[in-house]
Design a protein around this ligand. Sequence first.
Ligand SMILES: [Zn+2]
Length: 221
Amino acid sequence: MFRRRLAWALPIDVPISAIMPVTVDALLPLSLLESVRGADTPEDAEAEYVHELRNKRLGLSDTVYAEIQRYTEDAKKNRRVGNEKAVAIATLIGRRPDADMVFRSAGTRLARQMYLSVSAPRRAFLRFLPSFISRPLALGAGRRVAKRYLNGSLSRVGGYVMLAVPESATAGTGPRGVGCTFYEACFGELLRSLVDGGGAIEHVRCTDRNEGSCEWRAEWR
Ligand SMILES: [Zn+2]
């Protein structure tokens, strides 16, 4: 609506992001930071060296600790934060050799939070109702959480469900599209939670390949 009005007021079709800064739910950067901390937390055998490791591992640093506190507070109060903050964290992750694992684990974490934001009675309905009733309800719930937490849109196209993210926080932050695995893992986990299923996920369009937005496709069976 807003985009259309702007297009009317201005001679060209200006994307909203060019005028208004994009914001994300605080849980998005929080999931990235918690995943970094999880990856950098030592196994029991190393525990006695934690103090030394704090200077060497990003996830154990005071900065990451403070940021986690801040975004936890923001998330509790439903405050959104600038997308550029999430991009900055994703850029640090993209440089790590374990980037793929950290992004995937962050996506899974976020999906679990998204699922828990669906009310408990609704989650119970989705689980126990026959699938011809629960599927459309699951799609509706998925649509709402994808919009709120991923700035994404979920839609059904034939036998597939599509996730489109025009303003990705992680695309282009690491080599070989590794940042996009964050949304891929999130999408997969969300479908598993909502409908106890969902097939293989394909990344069909990518901003890294100059295709306008990032889009994923999963079988909807
Ligand atoms: Zn992508």
